[in-house]
Design a binder for this molecule. Structure first.
Ligand SMILES: Cc1ncc(C[n+]2csc(CCOP(=O)(O)OP(=O)(O)O)c2C)c(N)n1
Ligand SMILES: [Mg+2]
Length: 566
């Protein structure tokens, strides 16, 4: 059978369609003009970004939201280096993503030609697979494999370099079929062992996290937890794997963990971890679980066999995707839970207490009560609102006080990358326009990728941005006061007028400095985004002394000075 002659760029775009791609993100470059040309007549929407970091974050957010690889196109050298933050985030967050990079033509390769980089070396540690396609007729094979690898086992990023001359070469080649994500399943013997361990427990706890989750997996997990009266916690920045209003949800095991929940994790006798990596942030620096052999009887379920036993020697290691494991757990005969039945309500009560208004706001002396801001947002917005954040102390107000609605209502980088809040929110709103999308961004955070506001305006993405302006890189200042008290260095910020900046982009902007002004400002922001399909920004201007819901910088400094004086 003969196939029509197509350029490499056309074969590539046709392959993306075979695999169900509807949207791609990127910044153009002369290195991949033939792909841009093929996109011209295709049904794929190519969202143009203002910086490759924004494009890669949007693609990563797409992967998190949909479970399908987020697609990103960038040019060689400078484009590829800008995009690396999104690839690193996809790797740490186990998010399916494919980054395509225009590459120097084969005629100039290996001369350190203009903007040339060997991407296999550059991205070697950050991606699941890095390849360069040197022959146009092999594009369908490489693209199919990229989708397989990005979505199978532990999901993650794949990087494909596209030499310029290969893209304009013509070939007569057939398309492949659509990719099929592959996940292992637990054996019935493994589920039986898990059941035996659970039946012998007195203080069991379930911990969720990682990639591969879907709505059915969440529903199955819920059924398993209900049938066995199990409290359920979520790993760092995977807080949306269970509706936070569900009676069994006990809180998040991440930075600034509820001390009562930390005790529950430490004192659990059987810990069933479904999907998480049990990384540094989830284990409070490998303290909640001892490495290599935890004191808890650990069941670790993870899609990548190589992750199992890598830091923690679990008593029972199960290589499985979350949906496969949860389906079997939902069908498992329940055990007698009478020994721990009361812990569900007790853990929930501890979470509620942790989410109450912090004492610092109780006397009303603080002009802006950030806890009340979160309450006002939750009261005004739908339960399935998508909330994004990047890195910074402002994120505490989301992690601790926001009650996430359900699967994929949280977009937040476990990589701790600053700059994620704005592009992930814009990408989410472009992909799911009917959903309410809110971004929490610190003043430092916002300025990393705030230029994607232009993308929001260009594509009619009515995101609500809440900028937490404390005039500093607060997290670093906090660590500074702890370790080098009183010696402020490199952490102060002089900021632009954020509200005016939002207006300059074509959105709405307001400044709020008093608690009572927030709810009306939010109502105006919601009305504006809904009526105009454009972004609205509310800048929260507040005293940076309040560095966490529990502590002021002064208290941290005094503690540190006292400790040094000893
Ligand atoms: C890309 C990147 N650069 C630097 C850091 C280190 N870092 C972590 S939090 C932070 C400060 C965040 O400041 P801001 O967004 O203003 O939030 P705040 O802590 O003040 O609430 C910095 C510099 C990082 N995590 N990511
Ligand atoms: Mg700040």
């Amino acid at each position: 059978m003969t196939h029509p002659s197509r350029s490499g760029g056309q074969i590539l775009v046709d392959a993306l369609k075979v695999h169900g791609v509807d949207t791609a993100f990127g910044v153009p470059g002369e290195s991949y003009l033939d792909v841009l040309d093929a996109l011209h007549d295709s049904s794929i929407r190519f969202v143009i970004n203002r910086q490759e970091g924004g494009a890669a974050f949007m693609a990563e957010a797409y992967g998190k939201l949909t479970g399908q690889p987020g697609i990103c196109f960038v040019t060689r050298g400078p484009g590829a280096t800008n995009a690396s933050i999104g690839v690193h985030t996809a790797y740490q967050d186990s998010t399916p993503m494919i980054l395509f990079i225009g590459q120097v033509g084969g005629d100039f390769m290996d001369r350190e030609a203009f903007q040339e980089i060997d991407y296999r070396r550059m991205y070697g540690q950050m991606a699941k697979w890095v390849a360069q396609v040197d022959r146009a007729e092999r594009l369908p094979e490489y693209i199919a494999r990229a989708f397989q690898i990005a979505t199978s086992g532990r999901p993650g990023p794949v990087v494909i370099a596209l030499p310029e001359d290969m893209l304009v070469d013509r070939a007569q080649v057939a398309d492949t079929g659509a990719y099929q994500p592959v996940q292992a399943s637990p054996s019935s013997a493994q589920i039986e062992r898990l059941r035996t361990m659970l039946a012998a427990a007195k203080k069991p706890l379930v911990l969720l996290g990682g990639g591969t989750w879907n709505a059915q997996a969440c529903a199955d997990l819920q059924a398993f937890a209900e049938a066995n009266a199990l409290p359920v916690a979520c790993a760092f920045r995977f807080q949306d794997l269970m509706d936070n209003d569900h009676p069994h949800y006990a809180g998040d095991v991440g930075i600034g963990i509820n001390p009562a929940l930390a005790v529950r994790v430490k004192e659990a006798d059987v810990l069933i971890a479904i999907g998480p990596r049990l990384g540094e942030m989830t284990t409070s620096g490998y303290a909640l679980l001892a490495s290599p052999v935890p004191t808890q009887r650990l069941v670790h379920i993870h899609p990548d066999p190589e992750e199992l036993g890598s830091v923690y020697q679990a008593e029972l290691m199960i290589a499985s995707g979350a949906p496969q494991a949860c389906a079997m757990l939902a069908n498992m005969a329940p055990v007698d839970a009478s020994a721990w039945r009361g812990t569900v309500a007790a853990a929930k009560a501890e979470l509620r207490a942790w989410q109450e208004q912090p004492p610092v706001f109780k006397d009303g002396s603080a002009p802006l009560d950030l806890w009340q801001v979160v309450q006002d947002l939750m009261a005004a917005l739908p339960h399935d609102t998508i909330l994004t954040n990047g890195a910074g102390n402002y994120a505490t107000w989301a992690h601790r006080f926001w009650r996430y609605g359900a699967l994929r209502t949280q977009l937040a980088p476990t990589s701790g990358a600053m700059g994620y809040a704005v592009p992930s929110a814009v990408g989410a709103k472009i992909v799911l326009p009917a959903r309410t999308v809110v971004a929490f961004a610190g003043d430092g955070e916002f300025m990393m990728t705030g230029q994607e506001l232009a993308t929001a305006v260009q594509y009619g993405a009515g995101v609500i941005f809440i900028v937490f302006n404390n005039g500093m890189f607060g997290t670093i200042r906090m660590h500074q006061e702890r370790t080098y008290p009183g010696r402020v260095s490199g952490t102060q910020l002089h900021n632009p007028d954020f509200a005016a900046l939002a207006q300059a982009y074509g959105g709405q902007g307001e400044v709020v400095e008093a608690t009572a002004d927030f709810a009306p400002a939010l109502a105006r922001a919601v009305a504006f985004t809904e009526a105009r399909g454009l972004p609205a920004l509310i800048e929260l201007r507040y005293d940076g002394e309040l560095i966490t819901p529990n502590a002021t910088l002064e208290a941290i400094r005094k503690n540190a000075e006292a400790a040094k004086g000893k």
